[in-house]
Write a protein that binds this ligand. Structure first.
Ligand code: NAD
Length: 257
């Protein structure tokens, strides 16, 4: 049985990824902060949502803030103790802030974006990659992160978010090179506008009536569903994806074109 740890698991893309991996037979540790962030003006995933994902999938729940390296180390230790090892770690937790020029964004909001969206990914790698490497060779460990079309597009009023996501892209490229012939790979996906609460918050930051307004910007002419991102993550989590490493795979309906 393959095992996976997914952050940002209470809702959105992280939750859809837990559902998809559980359907594929993975044992999953569903990790989320499951609390609002006082620095941010919108709500994050709740403990009730996290519990609902667990009830639906049989995943185990672990409450942790990805900004806390010790908490992520504890989560990895739980997965290894419970299932004897870890095969896949997916960094999907993320937040957004902005809506005004960078120099006007409150510092605590900018810190939340950089610390969760970039530092949180590095923290998960620090905790999880040693566990992926503890599996005996031949390995098929997978470290995956959710970047964004914002990693390559300059989105006004979302400068810190763009910086964090570009950082994630650079990070997985370097990790892929570092991991070399270990059998463990590192990749990211870059979603386009996907119908989750973070997109609703993006619409609010741009003064738009709702997330549906973003559909027209995307060549496919619609918003993406979280499961469409989860399916690509599930492919990259599979041992069959071993030829792909250090890649940032667009799953964006053409948004980055
Ligand atoms: N929805 C989109 O259009 C879109 C596009 C590109 C990239 N993304 C990225 O996809 C990822 C998932 O976002 P989503 O769309 O599902 O948004 P979402 O807001 O629905 O889900 C994010 C989840 O992350 C959790 N989280 C936030 N801060 C955390 C922390 N410090 N520690 C642990 N968990 C934390 C939240 O509680 C929530 O459950 C994010 O990295 C986001 O930046 C989303």
């Amino acid at each position: 049985m393959r095992t996976a740890l997914v952050t940002g698991a209470a809702r959105g893309i992280g939750a859809a990824t837990v559902v998809r991996l559980a359907e594929l037979g993975y044992a999953v540790l569903a990790v989320d902060v499951a609390a609002d962030d006082p620095a941010l003006p919108y709500g994050l995933g709740s403990s009730a949502e996290l519990a609902a994902v667990a009830a639906r999938t049989g995943a185990e729940v672990f409450v942790a803030d990805v900004r806390d390296p010790a908490a992520l180390a504890a989560a990895v230790a739980v997965a290894e103790r419970r299932w004897g090892g870890l095969d896949v770690a997916i960094a999907a937790a993320g937040v957004i802030a902005g809506g005004v020029p960078q120099w006007e964004v409150p510092l605590e909001q900018e810190e939340a974006v950089l610390d969760v969206d970039l530092r949180g990914v590095l923290n998960l790698a620090r905790a999880a990659i040693p566990a992926l490497l503890r599996r005996p060779a031949p390995r098929s460990g997978r470290f995956l992160a959710v970047a964004s079309a914002a990693a390559t597009r300059g989105l006004p009023m979302l400068a810190a978010y763009c910086a964090a996501k570009a950082g994630v892209a650079g990070f997985v490229r370097a990790l892929g090179a570092e991991l070399g012939g270990t059998g463990v790979t590192a990749n990211a996906v870059s979603p386009g506008s996907t119908d989750t609460p973070i997109l609703a918050e993006s619409a609010r930051l741009y003064g738009l009536p709702g997330a549906a307004e973003f559909a027209g910007q995307q060549p496919v002419g619609r918003l993406l569903e979280p499961d469409e991102i989860a399916r690509v993550l599930a492919f990259l989590a599979d041992p069959d994806s071993g030829a792909t490493t250090g890649a940032v795979v667009p799953v964006d309906g053409g948004l980055a074109l």
